[in-house]
Design a protein around this ligand. Structure first.
Ligand SMILES: C[S@@+](CC[C@H](N)C(=O)[O-])C[C@H]1O[C@@H](n2cnc3c(N)ncnc32)[C@H](O)[C@@H]1O
Ligand SMILES: [Zn+2]
Length: 270
């Protein structure tokens, strides 16, 4: 099992009577759900709030994104070897992480799966799935794992932290990322904004990594209730940037077909 490292001094943390402790005496409590908060910050809440986490959980449970889940679990399994260590960075409420965990088990691939997210709400929701994932509240910009400890790093719709991903990946390790393409959810934006914009997509080349595989997953999601339309809206960052009057335009819509368009890129640490 890969030990977490102390977010204050970087030494290895070991378990001692319900806490993780380092050699310098820094101590982090293990919650009843088995998660640990390794964030060193005075701010009470980081990352996605309860409303976003609950919206994403509710939406994902409806299965609208099953094609993407399938693509991500199969892609990850294609690079997973026996007893590998997989780190999901910005794992959210673990809908993809848990899906990958179950899929690898079903294929008799043993893997140590770790998820980190800066949002306590997301980590709590992930822990409730009881999917055999070790979870910590931590930032992708200060990953609480030693260097060269991971075979696969995932960052699915979460922030890019190249230096840290390279540090924790073993030589030849794999980085898998998923991101929205230009027209992703365009119909939802059309329903809300007078002048909807298309998403900006970053170039595929990234320093320190060699692109091994790139694919796209495009489908139409037929949303069949207002509740699902609202959940989809609330799980995106748009809900923070939208006025109440614009958001209220969704209140009377019960059906909507939206374009779901994703890029999935796999890189090798070079
Ligand atoms: C769009 S959500 C994606 C969640 C999950 N990967 C999924 O696809 O369902 C982005 C996640 O990144 C997390 N996040 C944002 N900034 C972060 C940071 N600096 N470190 C770790 N997680 C972060 C948010 O709390 C949120 O859970
Ligand atoms: Zn320490």
């Amino acid at each position: 099992m890969t030990d977490f490292i102390c977010s204050v001094c970087g030494k290895r943390l070991t378990e001692e009577t319900g806490s993780l402790k380092c050699g310098s005496g820094h101590c982090f409590d293990i919650s009843r759900k088995g998660t640990v908060n390794l964030l060193v910050s005075n701010k009470a809440n980081h990352g996605d709030d309860k409303r976003m986490v609950n919206a994403r959980k509710a939406f994902m449970e409806k299965g609208y994104y099953e094609l993407l889940h399938k693509k991500i679990r199969e892609t990850t399994a294609g690079y997973a070897s026996q007893n590998c260590t997989i780190l999901d960075c910005g794992c959210g409420e673990c809908s993809y992480t848990a899906d990958i965990s179950r899929y690898l088990l079903s294929r008799n691939i043993n893997a140590e799966i770790i998820g980190i997210d800066v949002s306590k709400n997301a980590i709590n929701a992930g822990a409730s799935l009881q999917a055999g994932i070790r979870l910590a509240v931590a930032s992708v910009f200060a990953i609480p794992l030693p260097e060269n400890s991971c075979d696969i790093v995932l960052a699915l719709f979460s922030p890019f932290s190249g230096k840290e991903y390279l540090r924790v990946l073993k030589d030849g390790g794999i980085y898998i990322t998923a991101f929205p393409l230009e027209d992703h959810l365009f119909e939802l934006k059309q329903a809300v904004y007078d002048e909807p914009y298309r998403n900006k997509v970053s170039p595929l080349e990234i320093e320190g990594f060699e692109l091994a595989e790139y694919s796209e997953c495009r489908f139409k999601a037929e949303l069949s209730s207002n509740e699902d339309i609202i959940s989809l809206f609330e799980m995106t960052p748009y809900c923070y940037k939208t006025s109440k009057s614009d958001r209220d335009k969704l209140n009377n819509i019960d059906r909507m077909t939206v374009s779901a368009e994703f890029g999935i890129a796999v890189y090798k640490k070079s």
